[in-house]
Design a protein around this ligand. Structure first.
Ligand code: PLP
Length: 361
């Protein structure tokens, strides 16, 4: 057995090894049919069963009420930045600006109606989630990014506002329970916490649809996708199948409560070490810190050792902790598949590297 590898990449990201292996097997022979998953008709009973089961699992795991539809669409999370205002913005929408993705979602919406930025931490490099803001009562919805993947900040509970919520949960979906009934729409690109790249999960409240009077191009129209059962065009079969396997895994592990417990445990190990270690400090302010993307930088005086540290952890099986180019430093992304051992291995490496540096080596 070779040393374990811990992949801390922010996305595409680590999946349970068994999910990767079973997906690979289905690429060669799907369900003993002798055909590859890539070759079977997407309207076959076999694939329809896949779609049904993955939808049922999302409903069970996130406790999605019956008046919501669950869609699997393509185009990446960024496609939803435009599908959301197309479908839900009549006159006015409120947005919380907490990072690059939140900002881009807001920019896109501004072409569809009045967009109110209720608060922004842009001037402080997005190091925190603003707390004090008010949302106009007549807004059609309030959009926020639950986890800011690049900056490592997160809202782990629903904001207290009176209008329907819409959230980009690309990087923390299924890492904790969510009060779905507060939302008109939840969306997430798959490649952070759900599957491989190529599909989005979209959860929409049925009665929030079909309420704008603009023409919505068919592929951008959620109602059309609901009516076509996520098969308006050929769906991305492979990422949908990988999502199914991943959600079966998640269900076996104990669901989102268990994922939340694990996320808390991993993050506690790492933030504690960052706080203790003389070489590093955390990027995000304490009350806004993400459990998913743990961002930290080297203290000014040790800045020249950044590459040394990356090489050091590489030898211990730790991969892809370089920070996003707009933040620098390091980012340890700990999605559902990251075992506690991965966080402990990184913690130990930080500790050992500190000793080496302070001993003048
Ligand atoms: C990665 C990410 C996106 C962009 O996802 P694509 O699928 O590449 O479009 C959007 N929002 C958040 C929060 C992300 O983490």
């Amino acid at each position: 057995m070779s040393e374990p590898l811990y992949n801390f990449n922010a996305g595409p990201s680590m999946l349970p090894r068994e999910v990767v292996e079973e997906t690979a097997r289905a690429c060669l022979d799907f369900n003993g049919s002798g055909l590859s998953l890539m070759e079977i008709p997407h309207r076959s009973a076999e694939f329809k069963a896949v779609l049904q089961e993955v939808r049922d699992l999302v409903r069970t795991l996130l406790d999605v009420p019956q008046d919501y539809d669950i869609l699997f669409l393509s185009g990446g999370a960024r496609m939803e930045f435009c599908r959301v205002p197309y479908n839900f913005l009549h006159r006015k929408a409120a947005y919380l600006d907490t990072g690059t993705w939140a900002y881009q979602a807001m920019q896109e919406a501004s072409h569809f109606g009045e967009v109110v930025t209720v608060a922004s931490s842009r001037g402080d490099h997005y190091t925190y989630i603003p707390q004090d803001y008010s949302v106009p009562e007549d807004a059609d919805y309030f959009h926020f990014t639950s986890n800011n993947t690049i900056y490592g900040t997160e809202l782990r509970r629903e904001p207290e506002v009176s209008v329907p919520l819409i959230s980009d949960m690309s990087s923390d979906i299924l890492s904790r329970p969510v009060e779905v009934s507060r939302y008109a729409c939840i969306y997430a690109g798959a490649q952070k916490n759900l599957s491989m790249a190529g599909v989005n999960l979209v959860i929409v409240r049925r009665d929030a649809l079909q309420s704008t009077d603009r023409y919505i191009p068919m592929m951008l129209n959620y109602q059309a996708h609901v009516e076509a059962d996520s098969m308006l065009n050929t769906p991305p079969v492979l990422p949908i199948y990988a999502a199914l396997l991943n959600l079966r895994w998640l269900h076996r592990q104990g669901g989102v409560e268990e994922m939340n417990r694990r996320a808390q445990a991993r993050a506690a190990v790492l933030y504690e070490e960052i706080g203790r270690n003389r070489l590093f400090h955390a990027v995000a302010q304490e009350d806004s810190r993400s459990l998913m993307n743990i961002c930290f930088v080297m203290e000014e005086e040790f800045a020249a050792r950044e590459q040394d540290f990356l090489d050091f952890v590489e030898q211990r099986g730790i991969r892809n902790i370089r920070g996003h180019r707009s933040v620098g430093g390091f980012r340890a992304s700990c999605y559902n598949a990251m075992p506690l051992e991965g966080a402990l291995a990184l913690q130990q490496s930080m500790c050992d590297f500190e000793q080496q540096v302070l001993a003048g080596k």
